[in-house]
Design a protein around this ligand. Structure first.
Ligand code: GLC
Length: 652
């Protein structure tokens, strides 16, 4: 171990930007040797961990379950091809139940009958102080009556039985979350997307998705279990530098995979040993070949949350991690043909990973981008070599927040302005800058827009505003302070006012409204999975509970999140934690929804943990930045011509 540490010190101290990495994290007794000098890329470096074998397992025992690895050899290929996998020899000890990984997955699975009889084992007293406070808030103003209009005593009884039920659901959720953990060389490194033993087809739901792991990671952080998050961050970082191609074409180096799988394969030249292999998917195998633009952004967001929750800043300070952040930034900040500061992406590059007409500058990506830029600004070590990158990042933050706050925002006043827009204005001081034709205002929006409240639209392009309400983008704009404080409150006002449309029987619609008829045919390509009010097309995704909760707590309006949580608790466990719900009111379990979907479980847990301890949300949110506020007001007050001069000034 001392040798490993010495090697690390040597690498980090001596080679500055050399992209070295520590594949085996803390459990390897070994020696690190770096073969080739690499300039700002890790794919050509070789890191070896020397190991001792201690036991042999017959080959038919292999599988991707929990291993008791004793060490191994990591082969970072000199020039890895897509077919090569990240290999780490990880010999398994006899496992206690002796089953395959699949067997373990099934045995570990919580039994239906265990669900409600066990007492809460989460160690939390039933009369939690914070929860009581929230209930009190809800009950205020009812003149001695509970929130449901029943006499207070009955309401208290009901509340305590609800709390018991809620704690049982939480216990079940923890069991499910732990059972979804994936191990690599005996270390937990992520959670699989869905863990339903009765499902005949798993598609790629047996993989660890980067975006799906975020609520899992946050739940573990809130619980004080930091290792799995640290391992996830460092292992996915190794995958970033993977050589990835689709029909001979490679995307940028900073791309993070959408997902990865741990496979266990026979070790070459040894009949009895197996090794663990990390097999990433950057979209080259994904349905529709969609590039996961959000993965790297979420990775930065989780890295920051890890540092804040655990207090361990050594991970973000590592040279390889700093390099990883910079690679993501370089990819996002690269110059292109764009006129706008928003990130230009293809359809399906985020949570909605199928064609849904969100190509261009979708809000979700912009909100994550903004949050990742803020996180990177906080975490990047100031050094001369990164000065330009950090300056570009700061400029982008100002431009991005101005653009979104100014042009994506709609409320009754703005809608009325659009309704009366003049078009075809050629000038610097055009009011209707994007040449939006008022006829684009959809009829549903006239009813949907409340008199108090507003939201950020889904997308903006020349002559096109996508007026659909996209939940994740709006919620994360609150969390990241991309929206102003006033706008943030207005978004929650709208959610409150439009509860029946956006939540109804299960939180939370992924977008509103659904595409129907001819529009559905053209925009989705007649996608049978995205039929109206199903899946990405207006389906309801319980995982969104966690982002809703963070947003509500940030604005000190936890009662909205609590209402959503209580609603979810009515069905979510009984329905086996589905991936999504269908129909306008979210009454049916989704047509093709996976059951025991991990981010449904984790999203619930994060919401529950945060409502129990709202102060922990400070580790996830980004507070409004005074530097940005000043720059922003400077932009607003300047006229368009001066704006151009100002922009030039800050870019030098
Ligand atoms: C679906 C979702 C995507 C998620 C994946 C795994 O493809 O659209 O957002 O990451 O399932 O759960």
């Amino acid at each position: 171990m001392a040798t490993v540490e010495a090697g690390r010190q040597l690498l980090y101290g001596g080679f500055g930007r050399l992209g070295c990495f520590d594949p085996c994290l803390s459990n390897v007794n070994g020696v690190i040797s770096v073969k080739s000098g690499v300039n700002n890329t890790r794919k050509r470096s070789l890191v070896r961990g020397q190991v001792h074998k201690s036991s042999r397992v017959p080959r038919d025992r292999r599988g991707g379950g929990p291993f008791q690895g004793t060490g191994g050899v990591f082969h970072g290929k000199g020039c890895a091809s897509r077919l090569d996998s990240m290999r780490y020899n990880c010999q398994r000890k006899e496992s206690l139940n002796g089953g395959t990984a699949e067997d373990q997955r099934r045995t570990l699975f919580v039994e239906e009958s265990d669900k409600v009889i066990s007492a809460p084992s989460n160690g939390k007293p039933n009369s939690d102080v914070n929860e009581f406070k929230v209930d009190q808030t809800l009950d205020q103003g009812n003149g001695g009556f509970g929130s449901n209009g029943k006499p207070a005593a009955a309401a208290i009884n009901e509340n305590s039985s609800q709390k018991v039920k809620s704690n049982l659901i939480e216990d079940e959720a923890w069991t499910l979350l732990r059972n979804s953990m994936v191990y690599y060389c005996s270390n937990p490194i992520g959670t699989i997307a869905a863990n339903d033993p009765s499902s005949p087809s798993t598609l790629n739901y047996d993989q660890v998705f980067i975006r799906d792991f975020i609520p899992s990671g946050i739940a573990f952080l809130l619980k004080g279990e930091y290792d799995i998050v640290r391992n996830f961050i460092l292992h996915t970082l190794q995958l970033q530098s993977w050589e990835k191609t689709m029909d001979c074409y490679s995307p940028g180096q900073g791309l993070m995979p959408a997902s990865f799988k741990v496979r266990t394969v026979p070790l070459e030249g040894d009949d009895y040993a197996t090794e663990d292999v990390l097999d990433p998917d950057f979209g080259e195998a994904a349905i529709g070949r969609v590039a996961p633009v959000d993965s790297g952004l979420w990775w930065i967001i989780l890295l920051r949350a890890y540092g804040k929750c655990s207090g361990d800043l050594s991970v973000q300070e590592r040279v390889d991690v700093q390099t990883g952040i910079k690679m993501i930034l370089k990819l996002c900040l690269a110059d292109g043909f764009d006129m706008f500061p928003t990130l230009l992406v293809t359809d399906g590059s985020c949570m909605i990973d199928r064609r849904m007409g969100i190509h261009g500058h979708p809000l979700e990506i912009q909100a994550l981008f903004y949050s990742a830029l803020l996180g990177a600004r906080e975490m990047l070590a100031p050094e001369d070599a990164s000065a330009d990158l950090i300056q570009a990042l700061k400029n982008r933050l100002v431009a991005l927040s101005f653009h979104i706050r100014e042009y994506y925002w709609i409320d009754m006043r703005k809608l009325n302005e659009i309704y009366r827009y003049k078009t075809e204005e050629y000038s610097y001081d055009a009011v209707n800058k994007f040449n939006i034709y008022p006829d684009q205002i959809p009829s549903w929006l006239v009813d949907f827009m409340p008199s108090k409240g507003g939201y950020l639209i889904g997308n903006l392009q020349p002559a096109h505003m996508d007026f659909r309400f996209f939940s994740l983008g709006n919620l994360w704009s609150i969390v990241s302070s991309l929206a102003t404080l006033e706008q943030s409150h207005a978004i929650l006002d709208l959610i409150d006012a439009k509860w029946e449309e956006l939540v109804a029987d299960m939180p939370f619609k992924i977008c509103y409204p659904a595409l129907e008829g001819r529009e559905w045919q053209i925009i989705t390509g007649s996608d049978p999975k995205n039929t109206p009010w199903s899946y990405h097309n207006g389906g309801s995704w319980p995982t969104l509970l966690w982002q809703l909760t963070v947003a509500c707590i940030k604005l000190d309006r936890p009662e909205i999140a609590l209402k959503a949580l209580k609603l979810a608790e009515k069905r979510i466990s009984h329905d086996k934690w589905p991936e999504y719900y269908d129909t306008k009111r979210a009454r049916f379990i989704g047509k093709q929804a996976q059951l025991y979907q991990t981010w449904t479980v984790a999203g619930y847990l994060v919401a529950k943990l945060l409502l129990d301890n709202p102060s922990a949300a400070k580790n996830i949110v980004n507070e409004e930045d005074s530097e940005l506020v000043n720059a922003f007001s400077c932009m607003i007050s300047s006229n368009p011509r001066r704006k151009r001069v100002w922009k030039k000034q800050i870019l030098v």
